[in-house]
Design a protein around this ligand. Structure first.
Ligand code: GLU
Length: 485
């Protein structure tokens, strides 16, 4: 069987969009699942869209996510160059374009802007495009030669007949047949000598021996034209896999304005790389069972591309948050601490046992920025409502809480050892003397020292962090509030 070869072929136009990262991931998984090769090719033929620094983003993201390529601009595998602008300099695109001209499958076009502007236009996928009328196909070879000789600017166009149909196969969509009359004579070589993406992808995928092409389904409508090129050359058409659209919660195409459309956005929002990759893997693919948590290695083992779905994938930030929380929970503590420390430090400047606090929040946060809200009560007692002392299940209310806090105060004043264990013992002894339930005491104490309905730890753990002086100050303040209630 032939070795599977896939490629990630980004255009360096800016951030790493979630859709691009998904294409890269799926290409990587398809290759690795089958023991094949995965390569990186930079598609920079559209010089106008080129953004400085975008290539660095591509490398950085791939290294960070573990999508290690076997071949690429920095790793020659014998199919280079791996950057289209460099491939262009080898003359490869022009050579193949001329081969198509010789075969009658392409032709020189000398029409100037004015003439093109006067052509009929059609709206295709929301964009107004002009349909070329094959005017230059009618030029005699003498006219063509004379124009070339005179240095007249030209493009090279694909010659698609007006009659008949073209059929191609997609692994997910099956066979798709289109009327040739609906296909425009697209430009293969631009007037600046660069190939268009539409031409370069075909020449490159073939000459780099790519077996599987994975890309967004916005390319579905161009695929018949690509297939005609393969057929014109007599080349084997690769396996095509067009991925479903990724939408936001409102079922609109995931875009910048959603705030989480790029890998960089997600990192900034405190998501963990492994969780992002895991989540993106599920945007359009699912395993046979309902399993959701996969390491990259497990994805490689389980990824069967036949299970990619055609329905749009909704990017659900709530789900990603949940998944991220799962990754944080199972993360090695030191690694977690390294990532959490900056958030803890900025929320709690001063003298706090941040490691202990980190251990408290580790199982409770979904993303790192959640830390601030969860721990800021350590720094400063928040304002709270006495109604918080009323707890049905704990059977506490304002009166019972006042009584408990008053009785507990001398116990805590007498207590020297403010470690969690010692405090817990002291309060448990009080609970026993009183003959009540634990919560009947712990609820008002925790409320008094935190002012929060939800805390990352119990009353005594909180007091251990606060220390004796601050804990007592808060309990006394609680008593005062309850008295005035
Ligand atoms: N350069 C194209 C893009 O970034 C690649 C599409 C493809 O995979 O062929 O969208």
């Amino acid at each position: 069987m032939e070795k599977i070869r896939t490629r990630y072929a980004p255009s360096p136009t800016g951030k790493m969009h979630v859709g691009n990262l998904r294409s890269a991931l799926y290409e990587f998984l398809i290759a690795k699942h089958a023991g094949g090769d995965f390569m990186l090719r930079i598609e920079d033929t559209d010089q106008e869209r080129f953004v400085d620094g975008a290539i660095e983003i591509i490398y950085r993201t791939m290294a960070r996510t573990g999508l290690v390529h076997d071949e690429g601009p920095d790793k020659d595998g014998g199919y280079g160059p791996y950057v289209q602008s460099e491939r262009m300099k080898t003359g490869i695109y022009m050579k193949y374009a001329k081969e198509l001209i010789d075969k009658g499958e392409a032709y020189y076009c000398f029409c100037d802007r004015e003439r093109l502007a006067s052509l009929k236009t059609e709206v295709v996928e929301g964009k107004e495009i002009s349909i070329y009328d094959k005017h230059c196909l009618g030029l005699s070879s003498e006219e063509v030669q004379a124009n070339l000789h005179a240095g007249k600017p030209f493009v090279i166009r694909q010659n698609i007949p007006n009659e008949g149909t073209t059929t191609f196969h997609d692994e997910l969509y099956g066979d798709i047949t289109v009327e040739n009359s609906e296909l425009d004579d697209m430009i293969l070589i631009k007037s600046d000598g660069f190939p268009t993406y539409n031409f370069a992808n075909v020449v490159d995928d073939h000459t780099m021996n790519i077996t599987h092409v994975v890309r967004g389904n916005e390319y579905l409508s161009s695929s018949p034209k690509y297939v005609r090129l393969y057929e014109a050359f007599g080349w084997k058409v690769p396996v095509y896999i067009h991925l479903p659209l990724i939408t936001d919660e409102n079922h609109k195409k995931l875009a910048k304005r959603s705030g989480h459309a790029s890998f960089e956005d997600l990192l900034e929002q405190g998501f963990v790389t492994e969780a992002i990759i895991n989540y993106i893997a599920l945007l359009g693919w699912s395993p046979e069972d309902n399993r959701e948590i996969f390491s990259l290695q497990e994805l490689i083992e389980n990824f069967d591309y036949h299970r990619i779905s055609k329905s749009p994938a909704v990017f659900d930030i709530v789900k990603l948050r949940w998944m991220n929380g799962e990754y944080i929970k199972s993360m090695d503590f030191d690694l977690f601490y390294g990532m959490a420390e900056p958030y803890l430090r900025s929320a709690l400047p001063g003298d706090f046992d941040l490691k202990k606090i980190a251990a408290m929040v580790k199982t409770r946060i979904e993303v790192f920025p959640d830390i601030a809200d969860m721990v800021d009560f350590f720094r400063e007692m928040p304002a709270y409502d006495v109604a918080m002392y009323n707890h049905k299940k704990m059977k506490t209310d304002v009166a019972s809480s006042l009584e408990v806090l008053r009785e507990v105060l001398p116990v805590l004043e007498a207590q020297e050892d403010y470690s969690n264990d010692a405090l817990y013992q002291a309060l448990s002894a009080y609970v026993e003397r009183k003959g009540c339930k634990n919560g009947y005491v712990m609820w008002p104490v925790r409320t008094a020292v935190s002012g929060r309905q939800m805390t990352p730890a119990g009353a005594t753990e909180i007091m251990e962090i606060l220390g004796k002086e601050e804990s007592l100050r808060r309990i006394r303040k609680g008593i005062e509030m309850l008295q005035n209630a």
